[in-house]
Design a binder for this molecule. Structure first.
Ligand code: SF4
Length: 354
């Protein structure tokens, strides 16, 4: 496909992939920049390189709005509101709820995952005949796990009858492609991902680590972006390695009760407590893999404690270097809402059913 002139090949790379792919090649985090990976992907033959962090920002825009909507209705006494809201970024967790806790199916956020959103939006972008130039668009994504391969086959991963993501490859499969192509990192030029889906806020960059989604949502709900506010959010209990984290944050006169869990055994503990009325939350974030996507089943195996810590640190470092911290301040995201997404937000960014 990469060599087929009849196709436009588009690739997206998840943040967790970026935290781990270079381990195989012995590159330091300073050497393994997103620009080096973008350059390697272009050498492999991909025409456009996009960043799943961009659609992580879109997820936060939509999920933040959904949480606000449900909380506001709840505060106004609407008893029909489904709380706690359950995050929807991890397809393994979504499947776990649908199969094992079907009574909570309607609590799942309707937002598509970042992979689903970017593929739907990018395919729509290339439906414009001028951009398509008569070619068919093939959307490939590099993801940290095989659950993402399952996600693209779900009936709600199609738009206008077309599958949004055509192929998913894991981090280890990416490494194999790079190795077999004999790419030489020593003489590699650093390049940028492509516009308009190549730019993200710091909030989008931390999605790959447990608590990252919640932290980005809390940033979105905060009225400012001062260093103090960002630090307060980071220190509210959302970060750290614990399998289950519980905390609350003040919001417009109420306390938002949050639970962040990683690993399905921990998710089961949380759901049993909710089901039995032993715990009450407004928001539950779950990542099926312990510590989040950085430890996904498609990542390089046998990661010791130092490697696990380094992967999480890599994502937090990427956030630290960003001037734009909040998803609602990403100019490319705002532009998209004024253009391509106008009137199509629900169709391209949400699931109709689970
Ligand atoms: Fe995949 Fe694990 Fe991330 Fe879920 S937490 S999306 S299963 S890597």
């Amino acid at each position: 496909m990469l060599a087929d002139p009849e196709l436009t090949t588009v690739v997206q790379v998840a943040p967790a992939v970026r935290s781990a792919w270079a381990e195989y090649f012995g590159l330091t985090p300073e050497q393994a920049t997103p620009g080096v990976l973008a350059s390697a992907l272009r050498q492999l033959g991909f025409q456009y390189v996009f960043d799943t962090n961009f659609s992580a920002d879109l997820t936060i825009m939509e999920e933040g709005a959904e949480i606000l909507n449900r909380l506001t209705r709840y505060m106004n006494g609407d008893k029909s509101v489904r709380l706690p809201i359950l995050t929807s970024c991890c397809p393994a967790w979504v499947k776990f709820v649908v199969d094992q806790y079907p009574d909570y199916k309607d609590n799942i956020s309707t937002c598509r995952s970042p992979q689903g959103m970017l593929s739907a939006v990018a395919k729509e972008w290339y439906r414009d005949p001028e951009r398509a130039e008569g070619k068919r668009t093939v959307m490939v994504s590099f993801m940290p796990c095989t659950a993402k391969k399952m996600e693209i086959k779900r009936p709600n991963s199609f738009t206008k009858g077309e599958q949004d993501t055509d192929h998913v490859l894991t981090t280890t499969e990416l490494v194999r492609m790079i190795k077999s192509a004999g790419i030489d990192f020593a003489n590699m030029e650093c390049e940028e991902p492509d516009i308009p889906f190549g730019m993200a806020s710091g909030g989008g960059k931390i999605f790959g680590v447990t608590g990252g989604v919640t932290e980005a949502v809390l940033r979105r709900l905060s009225p400012d972006h001062t260093k103090e506010t960002m630090r307060e959010i980071a220190e509210c209990g959302v970060r750290g390695d614990d399998g289950i984290k519980e905390f609350s944050v003040p919001y417009k006169g109420m306390e938002i009760k949050v639970c962040v869990a990683s690993g399905l055994a921990n998710a089961r503990t949380v759901m049993e407590r909710v089901k039995n009325g032993e715990a009450e939350y407004h928001l539950i974030e779950v990542m099926a893999c312990r510590r989040g996507c950085i430890m996904g089943g498609g990542q390089p195996v046998r990661a010791g404690d130092r490697t696990k810590a380094a992967r999480a640190k890599g994502l937090y470092n990427a956030d630290n270097t960003m001037l734009i911290k909040k998803s609602d301040e990403n100019p490319m995201v705002l532009e998209l809402y004024q253009g391509l997404l106008k009137g199509k937000e629900h169709k391209l960014l949400h699931n109709e059913f689970y």
